[in-house]
Design a binder for this molecule. Structure first.
Ligand code: NAP
Length: 251
């Protein structure tokens, strides 16, 4: 199925590297104009913009820490001044600060909640007025299988990702009347810098839990996000779709 997003404007948070980068490139390949948000990866974000424009697409990079509402509001304002519309928001930015609960510091908990969960609230709120006005929109949130099944050493990350799933459902209900759909994707183990830090023993143990017998690629998540952003997904809202090689199977 060929997805056509010509004329749509997309904002992807944390798109200078990893899954966000793959999502930005995939949306651009489908014809969307892409705003590449980054916090620190200025070089990566510039490279994504360059790749998109070199192949005839439209893109720009905007710096903002997505956990801070002032910066996010300013970023969305710049998008609207530049392109006069906003059709797709992908809340992708995320961090981990792993540790067993007894030793987890308040900052480790707060930082993960602020970057992974409050950011989704802040960015979604910032785009809602425009999407309501347009009477159309697509919001796609990056959750995780860890938000569904939990993981020892990731209480903060599990709580944030489970929070995203609840937030997705509530927002989907609130925005349905405005023809704005809100969905989440819950990846399993995807090869990026986030997962490259794990040691070989942990990687082997995780691999054994994946029926398809391999880790996922960022592009595979990007293709699912691109589908959710398309007209073909118009009747899909409030859902969390796992993309994990069969790691988690719902009854
Ligand atoms: P990654 O390679 O570590 O990249 C994280 C991205 O988030 C970077 O682009 C980073 O931007 C951005 N970011 C972090 N804090 C930010 C902030 N305050 N403001 C703006 N951007 C910020 O991670 P990834 O593997 O691509 O993960 C992307 C998303 O997928 C995350 O939400 C993650 O939880 C989720 N996920 C990943 C996996 C996996 O296996 N990889 C599995 C399930 C879910 P800068 O570099 O510019 O700081």
């Amino acid at each position: 199925m060929k997805v056509d997003l010509t004329g749509r404007v997309a904002l992807v948070t944390g798109a200078g590297r990893g899954i966000g980068r793959a999502i930005a490139l995939e949306l651009a390949e489908a014809g969307a104009t892409v705003v590449v948000n980054y916090r620190e990866s200025a070089v990566g974000a510039a490279e994504v913009v360059e790749t998109i424009t070199a192949s005839g697409g439209k893109a720009m990079a905007l710096q903002a820490d997505v956990s801070e509402s002032d910066g996010v509001e300013a970023m969305v304002k710049t998008v609207l001044v530049t392109y006069e519309r906003l059709d797709i928001l992908v809340n992708n930015a995320g961090i981990t600060r792993d540790g067993l609960l007894l030793r987890m510091k308040n900052e480790d908990f707060d930082q993960v909640i602020a970057t992974n969960l409050r950011s989704v609230f802040v960015c979604t709120r910032a785009v809602l007025r425009q999407m309501s006005k347009q009477r159309s929109g697509r919001i796609i949130n990056l959750a995780s299988v860890i938000g569904l099944i939990g993981n020892a050493g990731q209480a903060n990350y599990s709580a944030a990702k489970a929070g995203i799933i609840g937030f997705t459902k509530a927002t989907a209900r609130e925005m349905a009347g405005r023809n704005v759909t809100v969905n989440a994707v819950a990846p399993g183990f995807i090869e990026t810098e986030m997962t490259n830090v794990l040691n070989d023993e942990t990687r082997t143990a995780i691999l054994e839990t994946i029926p398809l017998g391999r880790f996922g690629q960022a592009r595979e998540v990007a293709q699912l996000v691109c589908f959710l952003a398309s007209d073909a997904a118009a009747y899909l809202t409030g859902q969390t779709i796992t993309i994990d090689g069969g790691m988690v199977m719902h009854s």
